[in-house]
Design a protein around this ligand. Structure first.
Ligand SMILES: NC(=O)C1=CN([C@@H]2O[C@H](COP(=O)(O)OP(=O)(O)OC[C@H]3O[C@@H](n4cnc5c(N)ncnc54)[C@H](O)[C@@H]3O)[C@@H](O)[C@H]2O)C=CC1
Ligand SMILES: O=C(O)[C@H]1O[C@H](OP(=O)(O)OP(=O)(O)OC[C@H]2O[C@@H](n3ccc(=O)[nH]c3=O)[C@H](O)[C@@H]2O)[C@H](O)[C@@H](O)[C@@H]1O
Length: 457
């Protein structure tokens, strides 16, 4: 039985950082080294201001850093020392060439794999942590076997990550399940067992699922597709609610009470964001097309199309309500992150909203409690935005407020004060269904909520 004593993780991002920090936190007998090419990111991991905002992450990192948890750009040394290597690099959607706009770009996975092959002096277990198309493990094995020197063994495992941002530490400490795929050979199973033992330090064994490699790879894409599909389903219903007078929260509650449907992930919104849902579904669509399964591809593609429709629909409702023009008007956008409790803006619906508002020549006054100003300027290069320090500053003298992220603090604002400082009529558009519409209406606001008709007077 192989016992893992030294782990290296290639990629110190949203997944590699928290995942391997938690391994170090729970397994003091294992040395964990997280490496990255990005020197700034590694410097931040070694500082007091970690590069990622994630509740509970600071405690975990500060407790183990310098003991059995290390962050470095010395990739070769860390790879060489390790007996198990996680590959946790980014796999974005390809921007050009074959499969552009759909396929996952595997250039970083391949270069990390070649990097391992070129420096490895001993046999390794190599673990796909990144989300990848089905059968990527096969390519990794071929690259490793044909590029390494000596008689080395490489066992490839698939161990996809299911954490969600904002709850990463909780998800890692108490996972619903850990999935480990391996080739079903004696050596493959041994490697699978070795990784299972690492997780068994804090995860009960009935939650550790072992499968073949391809099931594991596909399950990750499938899980994200299922989750995103629920959001598109509820968002499609939200359009019906707005047209009929049904209330989407009531519909979600009534449906979710059926144990077969379940209550989670049924919150209507301005559309899902985040770095993965869209990317992984498009990857699944591409895979289906490549396998000559166009009906399957079209089925999943609709989940992404509906999401785009939802964002556009919300923008149209705003423009129509503001007397069919927002030119020269000012809009306060509360929330810029793709969900609460993260500073991540990748594919955030807020970006799409802002771009539409700016195209209509409105000014957008943005407030988000965690997103860095530089990030907003990277996401929006157009003129026409003002970054503000508080929701009160953001909403001063504006025509409308748009809630784009469900930050808890937006529920507790002094809306009477905000109302007084706005232009009249004062409109508020709740893209996250977090506000008490009746209360706001009493203050004087005209309230529009996704999945509801305008609050009637
Ligand atoms: N963000 C999330 O919540 C989740 C992401 N995933 C998947 O995990 C993977 C990583 O995602 P994130 O951590 O969000 O990406 P990220 O972009 O935050 O981090 C990836 C890191 O890998 C580094 N990198 C790339 N090539 C490298 C190389 N050859 N050597 C060393 N470092 C290298 C980059 O510099 C970057 O810092 C993706 O495949 C993603 O789909 C899976 C579950 C959740
Ligand atoms: O592969 C990944 O990257 C991860 O993708 C998602 O995690 P994440 O994107 O971090 O966050 P979610 O909580 O899933 O939210 C995604 C988006 O959907 C939106 N959402 C979520 C739930 C809901 O009911 N309604 C809704 O609009 C959120 O606001 C957010 O914009 C999955 O939940 C994770 O299991 C997965 O590991």
């Amino acid at each position: 039985m192989v016992q893992v004593k030294n782990i290296c993780c290639i990629g110190a991002g949203y997944v590699g950082g928290p995942t391997c920090a938690v391994i170090a936190y729970k397994c003091h007998h294992i040395k964990v080294t997280i490496v990255d090419l990005n020197t700034d990111r590694i410097a931040a991991w070694n500082s007091h201001q970690l590069p990622i905002y994630e509740p509970g992450l600071d405690e975990v990192v500060f407790e183990r850093r310098g003991k059995n948890l290390f962050f470095t750009t010395e990739i070769e040394d860390a790879v060489n020392e390790a007996d198990l290597i996680f590959v946790s690099v980014n796999t974005p959607t390809k921007k050009s060439g074959m499969g552009a706009g759909f396929a996952a770009d595997l250039v970083y996975v391949e270069s990390a794999t070649r990097g391992i092959a070129s420096v490895a002096k001993s046999s390794k277990i190599v673990v796909e942590k990144s989300t990848v198309p089905c059968r990527t493990a096969e390519s990794m094995r071929t690259i490793l076997e044909t590029n390494s020197t000596g008689n080395l063994r490489f066992d490839i495992l698939s161990n996809p990550e299911f954490l969600a941002e904002g709850t990463a530490i909780k998800d890692l400490l108490y996972p619903d399940r850990v999935l480990i795929g391996a080739l079903q050979t004696p050596e493959g199973r041994k490697a699978q067992q070795a990784l299972a033992e690492v997780y068994a330090n804090w995860v009960s064994t009935d939650r550790i699922i072992t499968t073949n490699l391809w099931s594991s790879e596909l399950s990750k894409l499938a899980a994200n597709a299922f989750l995103a599909q629920r959001i598109s389903s509820i968002n499609a219903l939200s359009a019906l609610c707005e047209a009929t007078g049904a209330d989407i929260d009531e519909v979600a509650y009534a449906c979710g009470r059926d144990a077969r449907i379940g209550p989670k992930f049924l919150k209507a919104s301005v559309g899902f964001g985040g770095s993965c849902f869209q990317k992984d579904i498009l990857n699944l669509v591409y895979l289906s097309e490549q396998l000559n399964l166009p009906e399957v591809a079209a089925y999943w593609k609709q989940v992404v199309d509906l999401n785009e429709y939802q964002k556009k629909r919300f923008v149209e409702r705003i423009i129509k309500t503001l007397f069919h023009t927002i030119t020269n008007k000012e809009i306060a956008l509360l929330g810029f992150a793709f969900k609460k409790d993260t500073g991540d803006t990748r594919e955030s619906a807020a970006i799409t909203l802002c771009k539409h508002f700016i195209q209509e020549r409105a000014t957008v006054r943005i407030y988000d409690p965690k997103v860095a100003d530089e990030q907003i300027f990277l996401d929006l290069t157009e003129p026409g935005i003002v970054i503000t320090r508080s929701p009160y500053d953001a909403s001063r003298n504006v025509d409308a407020i748009v809630i784009a992220t469900e930050w808890d603090e937006f529920k507790e604002l002094d809306y009477t004060r905000i109302y007084k400082n706005m232009k009249k009529p004062a409109f508020i558009f709740d893209g996250r269904l977090i506000l008490d519409a009746d209360k706001l209406q009493k203050i004087g606001f005209r309230v529009h909520t996704i999945g509801r008709k305008e609050n009637e007077k």
